[in-house]
Design a protein around this ligand. Structure first.
Ligand SMILES: [Zn+2]
Length: 359
């Protein structure tokens, strides 16, 4: 049942309409951020088409066919050879392909074409899901074109991607494109509490750090996140005060410490969400829409009297720095410079000394 999946009500409506008119497209492209449920929706279509005891138009979720479709036989190890073919579910008509390394292979697309040309073995429709379809290169994309163009009426190919722009136009134009939205924080929060994955307080934080992705909400190491956020909150506070250069340089140094090397980009992400929150608060926005709602008092103290032009400039400066990181500038001096420029940003327009205290 689509109702068991969270969010994306618009997509549910659309898919129900397609099931109702018996016109489920043979080629579809699900686009949307990672972790919003694209694969689960695709599997739910496979279930709806193959369920033995359909409830109206939708899958019952409990018959053997429904259960077996959710059992995906991913190879146990990382050996790329094991990932080269179609990865079948426990149902003989539903399979997936995953790029063994960086690229989806021509052979994998040929395997789909070949399998799609068979009539269903057991159910009513064969469904093939291509994960991370943005990993198609020109050759493998071309190998897939024919089956996307004229799939047999009992076969459906569903491409999943978080980067639709990376797909060749020839692929996109042959698919019915279905766009998935990020999940609302409240949807994620409900899911976490209802499934007893987290208590109310933790669910609230997880839902907000997830930025619309359930998988991020589930996987995020919360202690790690809280620690990163504490450090970035100190940076934000020092930025707002402008005159605490020592603290800024210390923070820049910490950001560059070897132990945080892998976290560098994440920490910048966290800093950006904090800046956005402070920005919203400086514009007197409703506290309910800030991401880091659990540190509201600290954010309010930063936002108090903050010239709302400054956060906009800060975000621009961070983005600029990120672009430079791509071309491999030396991170250490770049971070020092970033923080100091941010601190200087339109500081002259601000009243002299102000102190905000963060505990
Ligand atoms: Zn069923």
């Amino acid at each position: 049942m689509f109702d068991e999946l969270i969010g994306n009500d618009r997509v549910k409506k659309l898919l129900r309409r397609m099931l109702q008119s018996s016109r489920m497209p043979g080629a579809m492209l699900f686009s949307g951020e990672d972790g919003v449920g694209k694969k689960l929706f695709a599997l739910e279509i496979a279930r709806a088409l193959n369920c033995r005891l359909p409830q109206g138009l939708e899958a019952c979720g409990t018959c053997p066919a429904c259960k077996r479709i959710l059992k995906i036989n991913y190879p146990a190890g990382d050996d790329s050879d094991d990932w080269k073919g179609i990865i079948w579910t426990d149902h003989p008509d539903v399979g997936l392909v995953v790029a063994p390394k960086r690229v989806l292979l021509v052979d994998q697309m040929r395997a789909i074409e070949n399998a799609a040309n068979y009539r269903p073995f057991e159910g009513k429709a064969r469904v093939f899901i291509v994960e991370d379809a943005d990993k198609l290169n020109e050759n493998s994309a071309n190998a897939l074109l024919k089956i996307l163009e004229e799939p047999p009426p009992t076969s459906h190919v569903i491409l999943l991607t978080s980067r639709p722009a990376w797909l060749l136009p020839t692929i996109r134009s042959r698919c019915q494109v279905i766009r998935f939205s990020p999940l609302a924080a409240a949807e994620i929060e409900n899911y976490l509490t209802q499934n007893k994955i987290a208590d109310a307080a933790e669910a609230r934080v997880r839902a907000r750090v997830a930025r619309g992705s359930l998988s991020r909400a589930l996987e995020e190491d919360l202690d790690d996140f809280l620690e990163q956020r504490k450090a970035m909150l100190e940076v934000l506070d020092a930025l707002a005060r402008s005159d605490d250069r020592l603290q800024l340089l210390r923070s820049a140094e910490q950001l560059n410490e070897a132990q945080y090397k892998d976290e560098y980009e994440t920490r910048l992400d966290v800093l950006e969400t904090l800046i956005r929150d402070a920005w919203l608060l400086s514009l007197d926005a409703n506290a309910g829409i800030v991401v880091n709602e659990d540190v509201l008092p600290q954010l309010k103290s930063v936002a108090k009297g903050l010239d709302s032009k400054r956060p906009a400039i800060w975000i621009g400066q961070i983005e600029e720095m990120r672009e430079q990181l791509v071309v491999n500038i030396n991170r250490k001096p770049a971070t020092d410079a970033l923080f100091l420029t941010m601190a200087a940003a339109s500081a002259t327009e601000l009243p002299a000394k102000r102190r905000y205290i963060i505990k």
